[in-house]
Design a protein around this ligand. Sequence first.
Ligand code: CU
Length: 431
Amino acid sequence: MLLTRRSFLGGMTLTLAGTGLPAATRELILAPQAIKARFAGHDVSMLGFNGGLPGPEIRVRQGQTARITLDNRLEEGALVHWHGLRVPNRMDGVNVLTQDAVIPGASFRYQFGAPDAGTYWYHSHYLSYDQVSRGLFGAFVVEEQTAPAVDHDIVVQFFDVLLDGSGQYDEAFNPAHFATEGRIGNIVTTLVSNGTGKIVKRGDRLRLRLINPSIDRVYRVGLDGLAGKIVALDGMPLVHPQTLEPILLAPGQRCDVIGDATGPVRFKDSFGERTLSLGEITVSGSRDPSKSPIIALPANQMPAPKDPGQTAELVLQGGAGRASHSGTGTWALNGVSGLPRSPFLSVKQGTTARISIRNETGFPHVMHLHGHHFWELDAAGRTGAYRDSTYLDVGEVRDILVVLDNPGAWMLHCHMLSHQADGMATWIRVG
Ligand SMILES: [Cu+2]
C-alpha cells in the first residue's frame, strides 16, 4: 500500500494520542478578581486568580510551552511573575522593568517554555506587597519527563493574612511594618492540594511541594509523621538528598520532600520564638511502605559556572534602629532605594558573576534574583544549594555564584515584599 502524506500524518496523530504524550502547549487563562475567602470564621474580601485563593495549580510537563492569558478583572493594574522559571525577559512580569502594568479590562498573553522540572510559583508583581498579601498567587509545577514514583503529589502553601478587629483584611498602612520584619499576619493558613484526590494511607509515599507565598513571614517547617528526605530547594534537585530536618522557608522559597507516611503528616513552625501548629494531612488505612530508596531527582540541564568574570558587593542597609544611608526609602541596597536608572551590575551574556551579599540591617532578608538560579557559596567558596532566593540572617554575609546567561533586565530584590516596596530592590542587565 502506498502511504499518502495525509494517511501518514493521520497515523502519527494516533500514535501520539496512544502514548498519552501531552500537547506541546499548555493554554489557560488567569483572571485576577475580587473574591471572598474564609479566614477564622469570617468571609473576607480578598483577591484571587480565577475565583480562588490560592490561584489554580498550574502543571506543565518539562519541555512544554505555557501560553497563559492574563485577563485583568481587577479595578487596578495587574502583572504576573513566574517565580523561579527561566523565562524570556519580556515574559517576566515586572512593572516598568519588563512591561507596563495591564490596565483593568485589558489582557496580556505570556508565553514561555519550561526547561527545568521543579516546584515554582506565580504571583502578582504589581504593588506586590499589597496584591500578594490579598491572595494573588498560585503554584506552578513543572513535572519531570520521568517523575519519581509516588502515591501522592501534594502542594502545600503556608500563607498568612492580617485581619483587623472586625475580621476583615487590615487595610491600615502601618509604617512600622515596613521598617521592621514586615507585615506579619495574625492568621496562618496551610493550603493543601492533593492532585490525585485519593485518601492518604499510612505507608503511602508522598511528594510534598512546600511553598511560602506569604509576603514577609518566615517559617521553619517541621514535619511529623513522614520518614523521608529533602530532594529539592527552590525547584532544583539536590545532588544528594538531605536528612529531613526542620526546613527554613523564607518568603518565595520552596522545598520538595519525598517520604513515606508513618501517621498523620503534621506541619509545625518553629521559627524564632514561635511554635505554631500549621495543620496536617490526615491518613486513613494503611499499607506496607515502599522498599525502594529515596533517590535524587533527575538533574536539570543548567549552565556550568566558569571562573567569575565579574565580582560585586551588595550591602543591605536601613530599617529600624540602623544607621542612615543615602537612599530615599527605609531600606537601601548599596545606598540606593528602589530601582535605580542604571543597573547594579551590567554584564555580557554568559558571564559568571560572584556577588557578595552583606546584611548590615537589624532584620533578616531573602534576596531573590529573577530569570536565573545561583549557587550559595560557603565560607571556603564551595558551591552549596542552587537556588533563586537566599536567606540572610542579621549580620550574615553570603556569596553567590551565578551564570548570567539569560539576556534582559532582571530584578534582584528582597522577597519580603514590604521591604521591596520600601526600597530593597535593584536590577542586573545581561546582554
Ligand atoms: Cu528584606
